[in-house]
Design a protein. Structure first.
Length: 50
């Protein structure tokens, strides 16, 4: 059961108490990825219309 206890500790570190700066950076990275994908889809749709 030692491995499961280690896994739980890793989960707590990853999800339970992330540093604020890391959390903000990760959120901004997610937002950037979503915006990039949506812009790419728009460009592809415009290209197909032409």
């Amino acid at each position: 059961m030692k491995s499961s206890k280690t896994l739980m500790r890793i989960m707590v570190i990853l999800f339970g108490a992330p540093p604020l700066l890391y959390h903000l950076y990760f959120g901004n990275w997610l937002l950037t990825a979503v915006v990039t994908v949506s812009l790419g889809m728009m460009l592809v749709l415009i290209g197909f219309k032409k």
